[in-house]
Design a protein around this ligand. Structure first.
Ligand code: NCD
Length: 317
């Protein structure tokens, strides 16, 4: 197997073998909570650097790092020299030469980490970049789906809501079809991608109820207002009735199937309070599963033996 990449920006950075290994390692960590496999001395130090708000992703990385036996450092970009005009590359090189082994980075700029593809200043995991991708969320979602239904081949998952601004949806569209899961996209027309540009295994169904009827799992998204770049986004009257999912709707359609959500959930918009408190809602299972999956991802990257990190590539004297 090709060694695990030192930059995880997109699901496309991983081979099927990498993904299968992560899934089984995550299961091993979940089944054996006493494991703390990073015995190296000095202990690896892993930083998170989040330039956008986060509750789940950042804390789940922090917990995963501690559970692995690594040291966690919360790099506060707001009070760093990034605010004094320092480039991201200089910042990452500084972290690397301070002995930080890996950095999880989140920002509102799509594809920002691509610039480091040929010369990595530090090992990097994308914790969500603009509207582009959120690969670790999609991986923990796949891990959760596999736990719910061990044979995923031939199943269908419908993603509802603000698809075009969802980095989670973009990563799911690259990941799930590799496992034989078909994806249906449904939501307000303004939030749906161009049908002609959809990857294999993904289709659009504008009729929400029809999409639910064809599904084995539902995946709900909030309206991601901060990514709308000034476009009006509060013009949806009765969003829940028209585009959201309530427990009553699922009962009426006789489709009491698992409902996933990456969080944060907006109760009263994309789902109702009864659904989020029902056993159909798997958002808390996703949160729980985020720890073993992120442990698996961090461990794989730390152990990949890549010697080409932090190289200073200018003229040598
Ligand atoms: C998502 C994100 O930040 O992209 N949340 C998450 O990481 N769990 C989804 C969102 O912001 O709506």
């Amino acid at each position: 197997m090709a060694s695990f990449p030192s930059l995880l920006e997109s699901i496309s950075d991983l081979s099927r073998t990498h993904i299968d290994t992560l899934l089984s390692r995550a299961k091993h960590f979940k089944d054996n909570p006493q494991l703390s496999p990073l015995h190296a001395t000095p202990k690896p130090i892993i930083a998170t650097s989040f330039l956008e708000n986060s509750t789940r992703t950042k804390h789940s990385f922090a917990v995963a790092i501690r559970r692995l036996g690594g040291l966690y450092l919360d790099f506060n970009a707001e009070t760093s020299s990034l605010k004094k005009g320092e480039s991201l590359e200089e910042t990452f090189l500084t972290l690397f030469y301070q002995g930080i082994n890996l950095c999880v980075y989140r920002s509102s700029v799509s594809h920002q980490l691509s610039q480091f593809r040929s010369n990595l200043p530090i090992k990097l995991i994308n914790g969500g970049d603009g509207v582009n991708e959120h690969p670790t969320q999609a991986l923990l979602d796949l891990f959760t789906l596999q736990e719910l239904v061990p044979h995923l081949m031939g199943t269908t998952l419908s993603i509802f809501g603000d698809i075009i601004h969802s980095r989670v949806a973009h990563s799911l569209m690259k990941l799930l079809p590799q496992f034989g899961i078909s994806i249906i996209l449904s939501g307000p027309t303004e939030y749906l991608p161009n049908e002609l540009e959809l990857p294999a295994g993904v289709k659009i169904c504008k009729d929400r109820n029809e999409a639910i009827l064809q599904s084995d799992f539902l995946y709900l998204l909030r309206i991601q207002k901060e990514r709308h770049a000034g476009k009006p986004n509060d013009h949806f009257l009765n969003y829940l009735e028209k585009y959201g999912v309530s427990l009553e709707l699922l009962k009426n359609l006789n489709k009491t199937i698992p409902v996933l959500h990456p969080g944060p959930a907006n109760i009263g918009t994309e789902l109702d309070g009864k659904l989020i408190r029902s056993s159909l809602y798997k958002g808390y299972l996703q949160v729980e599963n985020s720890i073993p999956m992120r442990m698996a991802i961090i461990e794989a990257m730390l152990l990949n033996n890549d010697q080409n990190i932090g190289k200073i590539d200018g003229e040598q004297f």
